[in-house]
Design a protein around this ligand. Structure first.
Ligand SMILES: Cc1cn([C@H]2C[C@H](O)[C@@H](COP(=O)(O)OP(=O)(O)O[C@H]3O[C@@H](C)[C@H](O)[C@@H](O)[C@H]3O)O2)c(=O)[nH]c1=O
Length: 392
């Protein structure tokens, strides 16, 4: 955004951790980028510092206020009635429609000009998103307008989060086998494992991991599955015959399973870059797998009435082209289709494996297409700037 009088200098981002790590994972990535690339003074309000600490070890659980990577992190409890107009940021963002404190909203209504207020929504490839992106919604009582902002996969949406220089860092890392081996070595990954097909596994507990392990075990090719602690724990534990703790590993047939610690967010990117295939989930790891330029399969967050299957199909419709093995594998992985009667997961895997080189090229091409939509932070700031100029 070019510097002008409408440029926002401060931004408040409100994040409630509903479950898992996606809410804080996305907000933290977004907050850092706004600070580092756009020079915005960001205050990140977050209600669950313990979850935050899992992906950002610098977080001090229990601290009311702390400064991390230039971002002011505030523990969001039920602070209310303590806000004056001078406390209010130029841009206020509620993530996933969280209710920001009423006292904060009341103070927003006293600001001149009013802050730009966004509800930042979840990612979906469905078509209706384009029609809802940037729609305004007036406050029922106060003279305030909130706008919906949707990330997405087309130029009629807000795009995807992507830091400057990410592509270059990723390419450099992937073109340096020694750097990849050096990154994985502290987790116990051996030279033999490096030479095998490496798969990172991040999924929800209902994924058919046991069936896939069975197919890998019986297969001709050596597969090393790297799984962060706490993921698919029951199946991993049954496979290991021991607790699924970081450092644990076992080989059965062609499959080696190795448990990794849950790593800090930047290292998770490196893990994705270093693997040949990434099984990812939710929203943030799903997007990072797209930037990793390697084949990936998405385990989507489950919703009532199988709404997530609609979303999964919408994404596959945009992304997967005519690679049938990828579509079948993804649908079965998410329970949207049953695995074939004959050979089940062995058949799915063997067709998928044969098409992996094609999927690598697909992801690279997809990445170029996504980059043309601009990155979400820049797009949001540009839209905020246009709203501020209208507000005068
Ligand atoms: C496995 C791993 C993940 N991570 C990070 C990457 C991501 O930022 C984050 C995981 O977030 P996601 O991939 O989105 O998956 P998730 O399942 O944790 O989060 C989900 O939460 C739900 C409430 C949302 O509705 C979903 O859409 C989704 O965001 O954790 C690490 O930093 N280190 C690790 O070792």
């Amino acid at each position: 955004m070019s510097p002008n009088t409408h440029q926002a200098r401060t931004l408040a981002l409100f994040c409630k951790v509903v479950d898992n790590f996606g809410d804080i994972g996305i907000c933290w990535r977004f907050a850092r980028q706004l600070r580092q690339e756009h020079g915005i003074a960001v205050t990140l309000w977050v209600d669950d510092l313990a979850s935050f600490r899992r992906l950002c070890p610098e977080v001090v659980v229990g601290a009311e206020t702390q400064q991390i990577a230039g971002v002011a992190v505030r523990h969001w409890r039920d602070q209310d009635g303590v806000f004056a107009p001078e406390d209010i940021a130029d841009i206020v963002i509620e993530f996933f429609a969280v209710d920001i404190p009423p006292g904060y909203i009341a103070a927003m209504a006293q600001c001149q000009p009013r802050p730009v207020w966004f509800n930042l929504e979840g990612l979906s490839a469905e078509e209706w998103v384009e029609g809802c992106h940037t729609l305004p919604s007036s406050h029922p009582r106060l003279s305030l307008t909130k706008h919906f902002f949707f990330p997405g996969f087309t130029d009629k949406t807000g795009g995807l989060l992507r830091e400057a220089g990410l592509e270059q860092r990723r390419r450099q890392f992937q073109s340096d086998p020694a750097a990849m081996a050096a990154f994985l070595a502290p987790f116990g990954v051996t030279a033999e494992e490096m030479a095998s097909t490496k798969v990172s596994l991040f999924c929800y507990p209902h994924a058919p991991v046991a069936a896939l392990f069975e197919a890998w075990q019986q297969g001709d090719e050596a597969v090393t599955c790297l799984v962060p602690e706490g993921v698919a724990s029951e199946t991993v534990q049954a496979f290991l015959g021991a607790a699924a703790q970081a450092g644990a590993a076992r080989t059965v047939g062609s499959l080696r399973v190795r448990v990794l610690p849950f790593v800090a967010q930047p290292d998770y990117d490196k893990l994705l870059w270093a693997c040949d295939l990434n099984l990812v989930r939710g929203e943030d790891s799903f997007v990072r797998a797209q930037w990793a330029g390697r084949p990936f399969v998405w385990h989507i967050y489950p919703q009532d009435e199988n709404l997530h299957h609609v979303k999964l199909r919408a994404f596959l419709g945009r992304y997967a082209g005519d690679i049938d093995s990828l579509i079948r594998f993804a649908l079965c992985w998410n329970g949207a289709e049953a695995a074939p009667q004959q050979d089940g997961w062995a058949a799915l895997w063997s067709a998928f494996r044969a098409d992996m080189p094609q999927m690598g090229s697909l992801t690279e091409a997809w990445q170029q297409k996504m980059m043309a939509n601009g990155d979400m932070s820049g797009n949001l700031l540009q839209f905020a700037c246009s709203l501020r100029s209208v507000a005068g």
